[in-house]
Design a protein around this ligand. Structure first.
Ligand SMILES: NC(=O)c1ccc[n+]([C@@H]2O[C@H](COP(=O)([O-])OP(=O)(O)OC[C@H]3O[C@@H](n4cnc5c(N)ncnc54)[C@H](OP(=O)(O)O)[C@@H]3O)[C@@H](O)[C@H]2O)c1
Length: 308
């Protein structure tokens, strides 16, 4: 099967390596001619385990967005803030027979991409896998996890696409969700409850134990927002799961804090930004959420990082 992967970063290379290992034809869509030339000198992606005991190289091809080849299966593996621009560059290569899998965290970018591609089946992914780049085109599989996949526009008649079996056969641990919205909203709420505060207090997840009142109030508001958004099932036991994650990942630095410490743009607009916009649109009062969003913007500004 042919797979195009737009975004040769941490997750893009992880998906590319596993598909190439199963003899799929994998094409990375590179951002620049320089990046393409770099790849052509060594046409592989490398995949290492967290301890760097094993590093395997897998052959993949690469091309630029303007390449004329039609795209049948696309994995969009860029950050949420790049998703629309990236899709805009390859939209002419997609058709109503294409499948697009969106790996972006948070909410908002998936719906924006689907609206740019009204005739193409777009599938949102919610992934708990962890990866980072040790070098360009060399990804480290830092954390095992699971991926839920589901149609952005659910339809009672649509079943899982045939490509799901190929992904599973390639060792990508994914399952089909007939309704992906609760999965995405639940993850959004978890991210809103944990990530911004780890940036504001510049702390590890476990150190959030020092702020129980603020976190419980925030969870109350997020629960109300989820219910108002028609996602009552995603709101169940939110407080308990937030505290469980804080305890179980006590020594971890959240992805948003890692981005900030490494002077990288965060996905704030698709996490607290999206939640705040929804709370206004749905007239659901969430004062603590809004305060945390503003504090997060202030912290990012102080560090010279974008606030959107
Ligand atoms: N990494 C993880 O463990 C993990 C886990 C769960 C979810 N996620 C989510 O998955 C998404 C991807 O994360 P990531 O960590 O893989 O990001 P990443 O390492 O930053 O990779 C994104 C890649 O996309 C490329 N890109 C952006 N726009 C492009 C364009 N128009 N054409 C070609 N390439 C383009 C970027 O190139 P440049 O470097 O040139 O910008 C970069 O190589 C994010 O939404 C993230 O939150 C990641």
């Amino acid at each position: 099967m042919h797979w195009h992967i737009l975004g040769a970063g941490s997750l893009g290379c992880l998906w590319a390596a596993r598909l190439a290992a199963q003899q799929h034809s994998v094409y990375l869509i590179m951002r620049t001619a320089n990046a393409l030339a770099h790849h052509q000198a060594h046409p592989y992606v490398a995949l290492s385990d967290p301890q760097f005991l094993h590093t395997q190289h897998y052959p993949v091809k690469a091309q630029l967005a303007e390449h004329p080849q039609p795209i049948k299966n696309l994995v969009l593996a860029c950050k949420a803030y790049d998703a629309q621009a990236a899709i805009g560059q390859v939209a002419h290569r997609l058709s109503s027979d294409s499948l697009v899998i969106l790996l972006q965290n948070g909410l908002g970018s998936q719906q924006a991409v689907q609206s740019m591609l009204p005739n193409t089946r777009c599938i949102a992914a919610s992934s708990t896998e962890g990866a980072y780049l040790a070098a360009p085109l060399h990804t480290v599989f830092a954390g095992q996890g699971h991926i839920w996949l589901g149609d952005i526009v659910p339809s009672v008649t649509a079943s899982a696409p045939a490509q799901l079996a190929s992904l599973q056969a390639a060792g990508i641990p994914c399952s089909w969700a007939t309704d992906i919205a609760p999965v995405l909203w639940r993850k959004l709420a978890m991210n809103c409850a944990i990530n911004p505060l780890t940036v504001i207090y510049n702390c590890l997840n476990g150190q959030l134990r020092h702020y129980p009142a603020q976190i419980n109030t925030l969870c109350d508001e997020l629960q109300r927002l989820l219910c108002r958004a028609g996602q009552a099932t995603a709101a169940c036991n939110l407080h308990q799961q937030v505290w469980d994650v804080i305890d179980n990942t006590a020594a971890n630095s959240s992805s948003m804090r890692q981005d900030t410490l490494q002077q990288r743009r965060t996905e704030i607009s698709y996490i607290t930004g999206f939640a705040c916009a929804q709370s206004l649109a749905l007239e659901c009062e969430t004062p603590t959420l809004h305060t945390i969003h503003r504090q997060l913007q202030k912290t990012l500004l102080e560090q010279g990082l974008p606030t959107t």
